[in-house]
Design a protein around this ligand. Structure first.
Ligand SMILES: *[C@@H]1O[C@H](CO)[C@@H](O)[C@H](O)[C@H]1NC(C)=O
Ligand SMILES: *[C@@H]1O[C@H](CO)[C@@H](O)[C@H](O)[C@H]1NC(C)=O
Ligand SMILES: *[C@@H]1O[C@H](CO)[C@@H](O)[C@H](O)[C@H]1NC(C)=O
Length: 358
């Protein structure tokens, strides 16, 4: 009898494990092939620093997915959305709770849009240069894969960024018609290369804390050049380390033509005044003029960047204010509370630069 109970228990236990395995593997385990509709989170280094998602986090992401699909203009995605992975770095002291909340907004956005997130959890080189070192490592890994299996873009995000609009996908910023490895996509890429060979398929929209980098040999050369900059230019001082090296290199003729600088407000808006978070939550759709410049975040913007908040306490307070505001805001598309939809300006930007290849 005791035997029977034990074996029954064993059966229940293993069934439970299998169910957990499927639920967990859906969200967390690495997979061999890129795919759409599923996201995977990767910790790199000897420690794991990505926060664990609770069942509430996951169900919130899934209900955003439903609500975004029903109300936002980003679903269904364009026919061949480019394969994009988000890349972040966080090492040193354990993440504080507000930092975990910030990273979770990125994890949620990854779930909603079925994209991967790579996080480097241990420094591999000197401080800031870990950004390029990690991007280079991922870039080399991707270039080692078959073209149809590769990611097409890496999206860098600083740790002091928060996703405001979960419905907006990363691909909405890229030149239209650019994605996809289908026959059609390739044909378009060939066409475009013929049309303008000076702007090949390897532009990056650069911003200090947030930028897209095309998976391409050009990007490997670029990242290597940044990392080796101090070695070859010992006399040049770099006030902002790798960022200064990046800027100096991007001014050179071999790099400059392959870069697109996007307007500030596209994906790098700032918190603005001390009651910015309250205004974000409460102001009417047409009440934006009192915000001042275009670079201050408003509902409809994708990501907010808390750049320059070196004071840890102020940074914590400000980010917490905004995280609370974002949690209280819900899906602005469903509630018809969008203050700024950048979709048209983004399309206009690529059209004006000749890179809209649809
Ligand atoms: C999100 O919604 C889309 C469209 O309804 C669906 O195809 C996709 O599977 C959903 N993703 C997840 C993770 O449920
Ligand atoms: C915003 O819209 C409301 C309602 O239509 C109107 O009463 C108000 O004057 C508008 N405010 C501004 C700043 O345009
Ligand atoms: C395309 O090439 C033409 C001719 O060289 C040049 O005038 C134009 O600026 C280029 N367009 C882009 C987007 O680089």
């Amino acid at each position: 009898m005791a035997m029977k109970v034990r074996s029954l228990r064993a059966v229940y236990f293993s069934v439970w494990i299998v169910v957990c395995y499927f639920i967990l593997s859906f969200y967390f385990l690495p997979r061999g092939h890129p795919r759409h509709g599923q996201s995977t989170f990767h910790n790199h280094g000897s420690t794991h620093c990505l926060p664990r998602l609770s069942t509430d986090d996951i169900s919130s992401a899934l209900s955003f997915n439903d609500s975004c699909a029903a109300y936002s203009p980003f679903f269904p995605s364009e026919p061949n959305p480019p394969r994009i992975a988000r890349v972040m770095v966080r090492y040193g002291t354990p993440m504080e709770p507000y930092e975990q909340r910030a990273v979770k907004t990125h994890m949620k956005n990854s779930i909603v849009h079925g994209t991967d997130l790579h996080m480097l959890c241990d420094a591999v080189v000197d401080s800031y240069w870990n950004k390029q070192a990690f991007l280079l490592r991922l870039m080399l890994e991707e270039m080692g894969k078959r073209e149809e299996d590769r990611l097409e873009w890496l999206l860098w995000m600083d740790g002091d960024t928060v996703v405001l609009d979960q419905c907006r996908p990363a691909w909405s910023y890229l030149p239209p018609g650019y994605g996809g490895d289908g026959k059609e996509g390739r044909k378009k890429q060939e066409l475009r290369t013929k049309k303008n060979s000076s702007n090949d398929e390897d532009h990056i929209g650069l911003n200090a804390g947030i930028f897209f980098l095309r998976v391409h040999p050009w990007s490997i050369t670029f990242l290597l050049s940044i990392l080796s900059f101090p070695t070859y230019n010992p006399a040049i001082t770099l006030p902002h380390a790798e960022q200064s090296a990046m800027q100096k290199l991007l001014a050179l003729p071999q790099f400059r033509p392959h870069v697109a600088y996007t307007p500030w407000e596209f994906f790098n808006t700032y918190p603005g005044s001390s009651d910015g978070a309250r205004r974000y939550r409460e102001s009417a759709n047409n009440e934006t003029e009192n915000l001042g410049g275009e670079m201050w975040a408003r509902r409809g913007d994708w990501v907010i960047h808390f750049a320059g908040h070196r004071d840890g306490k102020r940074r914590r307070e400000k980010m917490t204010d905004w995280l609370d505001a974002v949690d209280a805001t819900g899906n602005i598309w469903e509630e018809d509370r969008v203050q700024r939809d950048l979709s048209d300006p983004i399309r206009g930007f690529w059209k004006a630069s000749g890179l809209d290849i649809r």
